[in-house]
Design a protein around this ligand. Structure first.
Ligand SMILES: *[C@@H]1O[C@H](CO)[C@@H](O)[C@H](O)[C@H]1NC(C)=O
Ligand SMILES: *[C@@H]1O[C@H](CO)[C@@H](O)[C@H](O)[C@H]1NC(C)=O
Length: 417
C-alpha cells in the first residue's frame, strides 16, 4: 500500500505536465498528431470515391413513423441506426442508380421500441427485419442476386442480430437466418460468439456529441482521480443472485475496491460525470448486460485511459484504432489485482497513452456528429465497407441458386409484422 501510494503521487505529479486533451472541436482543420503505423493512417481514409451505396426506399413505417412514436430513440445508445440512415441519404457515396451500387442499405429502425424507462425491446425486431427483407427481395432484383451478400444492416442491439438482450436467449436464437449472408454493422463485439459473425463491422455505441462538448473543462486541469467508474455493479432486477451480471466482473470491482482511496467508484451518476472523467487517469470500462456501453466512447473523448475488463471483446473499428496502445486490458479473472496492475504501469507509458488519446482523429472516430465530419464514425463504417470491395464473384448466384431458408428460425419470427 505504501509503495502504491507513492507511485500514485508520482503519476499525479507527471499528470500535470501532460498536454491534456485538446477540446475536440468537430470540424476543425488544424494539424493533428498522426498515429504511427498503418492503423492511424486508416482512420483518416476518405471513403468518397471508393464505394457507392444504394439506399432502399421503404415505407415510412420502417423508419420515420417509428421514430415519431418515440423520439427518445434519437438519444439512446443504439441511435446509430437512425443517424446512419440520415447520413447516407445525403452522403456523396449514395447512388440513386442501384445498377452501379457496391452496397445496398435497408433503413429499418429495429431498436426503436422502448420501454417507459427507455430500454429497447428487441422482441419485434426479427419480424420487422424479415418484413423489410421480404419487401426489398420482392420489389428489387438485387437481394436475390446474392441473398444479401452485398447488403449491410445496422443492428446495434445488445447482441446484434441475435435480437435478445439476455445472452442465453440470444445465443439460443443465433443471428437471424435471413441475415446470414449480409454484412452486419453492430455494437456487439465478442470473439467466438454466435452473435458476432465473420466480417461484421463493430461500431461504437451512440453518445451525444454536443452534450459532451458542453462539459469540456480547461485543458490544464490536473488529473487528480486515479481510477474512475460510475455504473451498476449488480443488476438486482435481472440477476437477483448477483453472480452472472457482467460475468461477475463488476461485482468484483466493487467488492475489492469500494474502500480503496485510489478508486473513485459508485453507482451514483453525478452531474459532474463528464468533468470527473477529465480529472481521472484511468476510467474503468467493464462489460455489462450489453457487453458494450458508451463508457468507452466517453473515456476516449475525455482523454481518460480506458481500462477494458471484458475478455474476448472486439472493440469498435479495431482494424483502424490501436486499442492496445491507447487502453489497458485487464482479464476478468485479474480484477482483484486491478490496483497493482494499474499502479505498476510506468508513468511514461501512461503519458504515451494520454498523448495518443489526445489525437483528435481518435475522438472523431468514436462519434456520430450532426452534421457528419471527416473521419467520424459514419466515415469509419464506410471505410470498413470499402475495404471489403470488390465482392468475391462467388457471392453472386447462378440462376435458380438459393442458400437461405426463409422458414428457418423460431416460429414466432415468421408471423407478419
Ligand atoms: C426473389 O426470390 C423470391 C423467391 O425466393 C421471389 O418470391 C421473388 O419474387 C424474387 N424477387 C424478384 C424481384 O424476382
Ligand atoms: C428450412 O427450415 C425449416 C425449419 O427449421 C425446416 O423444417 C426445413 O426443412 C428447412 N428447409 C430446408 C430446405 O432446409
Amino acid at each position: 500500500m505504501e509503495i502504491w501510494g507513492w507511485v500514485f503521487i508520482g503519476i499525479l505529479f507527471l499528470a500535470d505536465f501532460v498536454v491534456k486533451i485538446e477540446p475536440f472541436k468537430l470540424g476543425r482543420s488544424q494539424p493533428t498528431e498522426r498515429i504511427s503505423g498503418s492503423a492511424g493512417d486508416v482512420l483518416e481514409d476518405n471513403p468518397v470515391g471508393r464505394l457507392k451505396v444504394f439506399v432502399y426506399e421503404l415505407p415510412s413505417k420502417y423508419s420515420k413513423k417509428i421514430l415519431q412514436k418515440d423520439p427518445r430513440c434519437l438519444n439512446h445508445m443504439f441511435a446509430a441506426e437512425i443517424y446512419m440512415h440520415r447520413f447516407l441519404l445525403s452522403s456523396p457515396v449514395r447512388t440513386l442508380n442501384p445498377e452501379e451500387a457496391d452496397w445496398f442499405y435497408t433503413p429499418v429502425y429495429t431498436t426503436c421500441d422502448l420501454t417507459p424507462n427507455g430500454l429497447p425491446l428487441p422482441f419485434k425486431s426479427p419480424r420487422m427485419m424479415r418484413s423489410a427483407i421480404q419487401l426489398i427481395s420482392s420489389n428489387w432484383p438485387y437481394w436475390n442476386r446474392t441473398e444479401g451478400a452485398d447488403h449491410f444492416f445496422l443492428v446495434p442491439h445488445d447482441f446484434g442480430a441475435c435480437f435478445h438482450y439476455q445472452e442465453e436467449k440470444a445465443i439460443e436464437r443465433g443471428i437471424l437466418p435471413l441475415l446470414q449472408r449480409a454484412t452486419l454493422v453492430q455494437t456487439f463485439g465478442q470473439r467466438n460468439h454466435v452473435c458476432l459473425k465473420e466480417g461484421s463491422i463493430t461500431i461504437p455505441p451512440y453518445a451525444p456529441p454536443q452534450k459532451m462538448q458542453t462539459h469540456l473543462i480547461p485543458d490544464k486541469t490536473p488529473r487528480s482521480i486515479f481510477v474512475y467508474f460510475r455504473g451498476l455493479f449488480y443488476d438486482v432486477g435481472n440477476d437477483p443472485e448477483g453472480g452472472y451480471y457482467a460475468r461477475g466482473a463488476r461485482a468484483a470491482v466493487w467488492e475489492n475496491f469500494k474502500d480503496n482511496p485510489l478508486f473513485d467508484i459508485s453507482t451514483e451518476h453525478p452531474t459532474t460525470y463528464y468533468e470527473d472523467m477529465q480529472r481521472a487517469v484511468f476510467c474503468l470500462c467493464p462489460l455489462g448486460w450489453a457487453p458494450w456501453s458508451p463508457r468507452l466512447v466517453e473515456a476516449v473523448i475525455f482523454g481518460c485511459i480506458p481500462v477494458i475488463i471484458a475478455d474476448d471483446i472486439v472493440l469498435p473499428f479495431a482494424d483502424a484504432i490501436p486499442w492496445e496502445e491507447i487502453g489497458v486490458f485487464v482479464d476478468e479473472k485479474d480484477v482483484p489485482n486491478l490496483d497493482t496492475i494499474l499502479t505498476s504501469i510506468p508513468p511514461e507509458v501512461i503519458l504515451r497513452k494520454q498523448r495518443l488519446l489526445a489525437n483528435p482523429s481518435m475522438k472523431q472516430a468514436m462519434l456520430f456528429p450532426q452534421p457528419a465530419q471527416p473521419g467520424d464514425a459514419f466515415h469509419q463504417v464506410l471505410n470498413g465497407l470499402a475495404r471489403k470491395l470488390p465482392h468475391d464473384k462467388s457471392v453472386y448466384f447462378k440462376p435458380g441458386e438459393r442458400v437461405l431458408n426463409w422458414t428457418a428460425g423460431p416460429v414466432g419470427d415468421l408471423k407478419p409484422w
